[in-house]
Design a protein around this ligand. Structure first.
Ligand SMILES: [Zn+2]
Length: 75
């Protein structure tokens, strides 16, 4: 047993997804607290959104591409 060596990321399994997340995690700036992430958001010139990373447990910033727009008047 133990012959399951993969030579590269599998496109059909979760491995590549996790790998991508790891690379994003490593490349992105990390903020230890949501407050610090939020402060960075307010300093940025583009709209960003802090989210907690399940890899490192800290916060990264992501661009809001598909935000939920709640601009619909009730009634
Ligand atoms: Zn991370």
């Amino acid at each position: 047993m133990g012959a399951g060596r993969s030579t590269g990321p599998c496109r059909r399994c979760d491995w590549s997804v996790k790998s991508t997340r790891l690379r994003i995690c490593a490349a992105k700036r990390r903020y230890p607290t949501q407050e610090q992430a939020q402060a960075a958001v307010e300093q940025a010139t583009i709209i960003l959104r802090p989210y907690r990373c399940d890899r490192c447990g800290q916060f990264h910033l992501t661009r809001r591409t598909k935000g939920k727009r709640i601009a619909r008047p009730a009634g």
